[in-house]
Structures are given as structure tokens and as C-alpha cells.
Design a protein around this ligand. Sequence first.
Ligand code: URA
Length: 423
Amino acid sequence: FSAVDVIRAKRDGGQLDDEQIDWVIAAYTAGEVAEEQMAALAMAVLLRGMTPSETARWTKAMVESGKTLDFGSVGRPTADKHSTGGVGDKITLPLTPLVAACGAAVPQLSGRGLGHTGGTLDKLESIPGWRAELSDTEIARNLRGPGAVVCAATEDLAPADRKLYALRDVTATVESIPLIAASIMSKKLAEGTESLVLDVKCGSGAFMKDLDQARELARALVDIGAANGLRTSSLITDMSAPLGRAVGNALEVDEAVEVLSGGGPPDVVELTVRLAREMLAHAGIGDVDPADALADGRAHDKWREMIRAQGGDPAAELPRAQHVEVVSAPESGTLTGLDAYRVGIAAWRLGAGRARREDAVQHAAGVRCLVKPGERVTAGSPLLELHTDSPDTIPAARESLEGASEISGADRTSTPLILDRIA
Ligand code: URA
């Protein structure tokens, strides 16, 4: 094989065959296909697309570039969830112990935040003592014990994706649906879960800004799962406004614990329960109602067990920001919109996120949305709270929030949280 032939074939709109795909991914991982060649191929894929069968094969080749985990011995069906990322999306925190409390084992290999979207590991690391890095033996032990693990993916899972994602990031080739779908699914297939529910976010705070694009990505993800023998379904959910009221690491942990205690914002509860139902149905225990496990405290008990199993103290005080400032409502009326992207950027500027992979995050930083879309405000009353340990970030955060709120004299027509389901 020659990299130039593979690039040329895709450049000219051709379909790559299995052998070409297997070769190019393996050779790229081994350093035999150069970065500039892979960059050209990624751009050709972005411009020309890939068929579902090419995408499925591309994914399989990326899975086979590294090792795969196998949780066949945990004695319970395994189910996982992946979100394409949003603002205030802390759903993994209540969902993982909830589904485990209902009888499935949840291996949730997660990431850190980059840019305006938060990362699950950054959130949990605000709990004193909690450890994201686990060995394969610890993951298997915790799946057999609490049945719930949220931890970092190790370097040896889908290394082709790791390399390719970094390349796409600097060559304007992230925004290709087949490449995004293959990237997400390669990590999930390597992780060895038996079933997967995808939460494809749609709206200003998400990768996919409109419903057609979100449907296309959801379809690509579900097709890859099916082609690789993984029970997969996908919900498309709204990310035009932040999920819940809390955006930022410790603030989101607090909100997740509220949900586990039977309270919390209705949108977070609704999505948690809905995703739990999907996961339990895939795991063959669809007759168990997750709403009961949330109401009677079993999910909260499981949360404590899961946090302790990774060295954390579930009773410890979470970090609090040294500096809190209020953003007031500019006028009176109904809050008809709160732009997720702008709120995400504000939280990021306050210190909740990182600009470079190696940066540290501030655990206490973020934004609390005191008013949610649909609720009424009066001019000058508190709308948002800015939390940070670095007061010098406040002006930039305020600037990114300009125009984030939409206030109207008319009532807001309520928009559904769950926009579609693709299976
Ligand atoms: N998330 C991923 O894991 N990969 C992508 O390509 C985009 C988002």
C-alpha cells in the first residue's frame, strides 16, 4: 500500500476498501504514515465523507490499534453512556450510581474538559481524595464491587484515535461527522462495554448546532455500534441553554448530589432518569424503574460507595470560590433564552476550564444560573452568580455573558429537552 494512493482515492471521491483502511490506520499508529499524509487524508474524508461501512471499518481499525478491555467476568450486564458534551452536563455523576443501583455494571471511562465544555473527571476531582487514574485491575474490582466506575481512559485504548484527534485539532478536520463518530465509538468499543447509550447534544453549547446535523451524527454512531456488535441507541437532547443551574466543577458535583438526594433541577432529573431507562433496557433489566432508586436513596448510597472506592470522601466539604459576584437581569419579563455557549465560555474564563491540555482547573469556579428559561425576572434582580478564585477574570466573564440572556414580555413556549431518539 501507499499512503499517496489512499489519499488520492479519497480525494477523488472514491470508497476506501477494508484493506486500505486497516493498513492506513495501523501504519499511522506505527509512525509509518507521516502526520502530513494523515492530515491530507483527514481533510479528504472531511470534504468527501465516508460511507457507513467505511466508517465502521475505520472505527474497528482504530479499536485494533490498541488494547481492549473485557468485563465479561464482572457477573452483571455492562452499560455505558456517552455525551457529546455540553454546558452544565453533569449527568454522568448521578446516572452512573443510579444505573448501578438498579443492577447493571457501569464502566464509565471519561475525559477532561477542553474549551467551553466541562469534563467529568475534572468535576469529580473536586471531591477531596478522589482518584481518576485506575489500573485495569482496579476497574474490574470496582465493577464487581460497587458496579460503578468513572475513571480516565488509559493511553493504550484506541491510540490511533488519540494521535488522530490531536492532528485533527490543529488541521481544521474535527468537524467531520464520520471522523467524530469513529473517534467516539473507537474509545467505547475498546472499553469493552456490552451496550451504549449516546446523548447527542444539539444547540449553541454543543458540537452540533442544529437538529439535522445532530441526527446525522446520532445515526452514524448507532450504525457503527450495530456494525461492531454493540447494542447502541442515541437520544438527541437540547443544549441551547445550560443543563440544570450549575456550570463548573464543584458546583456541578453539588447539583448531582441534590439529584441523588431526591431534589435537583427538573431537567437534570428528567434526563438522568430517561438515560437510565435506555441503559437498563439495553442491559435486559428494563423492568426496574430508576425513578424508584432515585427516590428511595439507593442511588445516593451507591454514589457514596462509588466515591469511596476511588479514594474520595463523599461527606467532605467541597471547595468554595473565594469570590462570588452577581450578574443582574437587564430588564423585567420572562427569561426566554440563556445561551449555553456564552455561559460555558464565562465559566471557562472564571477558571472552571482549561485553555491547554496541561492547564489545571479551579475546582470552585463556575456560573450558577439563578433563573432558568421559562422563569420570570425583574430588572436588577440576580440572574447569574459568577464564582472564581481569581477576581481578575470577572470582567472577561461578564463580557462573554453580554447578550446571553433573552428576556421577553411574552411567556416562553416550552421546548422539549429530548428532541429525538435514534436506534
Ligand atoms: N469527541 C471525540 O471523542 N472525538 C471527536 O472527534 C469529537 C468529539
